[in-house]
Design a protein around this ligand. Structure first.
Ligand code: NAD
Ligand code: UFG
Length: 334
């Protein structure tokens, strides 16, 4: 299949492009590089020894998107491009609603115009709000605490309505839990700019000595040790979930959790990181972070049953691969 991957130079997108190429698909990437680097596309080609076509465009730009659809006959679109920083979305709601909603509409319209019927969308476990764990796909969407989460819920509704109106469409909505880690080669991974918001990149930078101490946001949650519990999933498992979703896509709209089904607390993750890499991660307990929930993990049985997909890599592999990339990436920068 010829697949358009928007946001394919980004963290999850780049790993998914590797998995798609390794599964024998052809890939065209569209990315405006607002949160990624062109070198990542080179790295993808180094890892896979395969060619990728790259377009530096903004996917909210109707004419630029139209040119790509005119140039290539696609069998499917995987839409990752968008803004994803929860805190920033509270400061800049307009940018978030515009980029995340308009991009989905522009791509859906191009698919309609050029009769491309397969669409895979990056959603998030954040749409479950503070439902009771484990989160199951049949649960109602709860209001999220930030505009970023609302853009995901709204995009899901738009895609669901489009699929209802056009029975030829096959849409897969993938709700990611907490992607971490990096490709086993250490060539691509998560490289946030500035101080990381997320736990794993914060840990790697503390281990590296770039940051002094991890701040653990609260130890008074009703969890195993009082710290927040999440369903961490290796980014290559997540990437392979997209290949399974595309290969098993049938008409209608299908929603899948992509998680491991297992919850890990902040302190458990820190301990696993220290053990996996034989390195210390100093930390201190501070106040809860506003907007955080206590527990978030998936019921991952639907993806297993319908897509034949389950996450294979354990927490140790996630920590080892995240650390390998951090060491490698910083070396490249020196
Ligand atoms: P990322 O920022 O690394 O990747 C997004 C890519 O999209 C970047 O390469 C960026 O340059 C590009 N992009 C942004 N706006 C664009 C635009 N208007 N036109 C073209 N390209 C644009 O983020 P990621 O972590 O790889 O996330 C990918 C998707 O998965 C996003 O939709 C995100 O909301 C979703 N998601 C991520 C997480 C997570 O924890 N990382 C969790 C749930 C859902
Ligand atoms: N945490 C810390 N210290 C830090 C960073 C995080 O203690 O410096 C804690 C958080 O309080 C939370 C856990 O580590 O308990 C995970 O936090 P992350 O920021 O890594 O991830 P979140 O679960 O908050 O959010 C992530 C993505 C969202 C996505 C969500 C889906 O950032 O975009 O997963 O579950 F919506």
């Amino acid at each position: 299949m010829n697949i358009l991957v928007t946001g394919g130079a980004g963290y999850i997108g780049s790993h998914t492009v590797v998995a798609l190429l390794e599964a024998g698909q052809s890939v065209i990437i569209a990315d405006n590089l607002s949160n990624s680097k062109r070198e990542t596309v080179e790295k993808i080609m180094d890892i896979t020894n395969k060619e990728v076509t790259f377009y530096e465009i903004d996917v909210t730009d109707v004419e630029a998107v139209d040119i790509i659809f005119r140039n290539h006959k696609f069998e499917g679109v995987v839409h990752f491009a968008g803004l994803k920083a929860v805190g920033e979305s509270v400061e800049k709601p307009l940018e978030y609603y515009y980029t995340n909603i308009v991009s989905t509409i522009v791509l859906a319209k191009a698919c309609q115009k050029y009769s491309v019927n397969r669409f895979v969308f990056s959603s998030s476990a954040t749409v479950y709000g503070d439902n009771k764990v484990p989160f199951v796909e049949t649960m109602g969407l709860l209001p999220t605490t930030n505009p970023y989460g609302e853009t995901k819920a709204m995009s899901e509704r738009i895609l669901t309505d489009i699929a209802k109106a056009n029975p030829a469409l096959s849409i897969s909505i993938l709700r990611y839990f907490n992607p971490v880690g990096a490709h086993e080669s250490g060539l691509i991974g998560e490289a946030p700019t500035g101080i990381p918001n997320n736990l794993m990149p914060y840990c790697t930078q503390v281990a590296k000595g770039k940051l002094k101490k991890l701040r653990v946001f609260g130890n008074d949650y009703p969890t195993v040790d009082g710290t927040g519990v999440r369903d961490y999933i290796h980014v290559m498992d997540l990437a392979e979930g997209h290949v399974a979703a595309l290969e098993n896509l049938t008409e209608g709209v299908h929603i899948y959790n992509l998680g491991t089904g297992k919850g890990t607390s902040v302190l458990e993750l820190v301990k696993a990181f220290e053990e996996a890499n034989d390195i210390e991660v100093p930390y201190e307990i501070v106040n809860r972070r506003p907007g955080d929930i206590a527990l978030c993990y998936a019921d991952a049985s639907k993806a297993k049953k319908e897509l034949g997909w389950t996450a294979k890599r354990d927490l140790i592999a996630m920590c080892r691969d995240a650390w390998r990339f951090e060491k490698n990436y910083n070396k490249q920068l020196v």
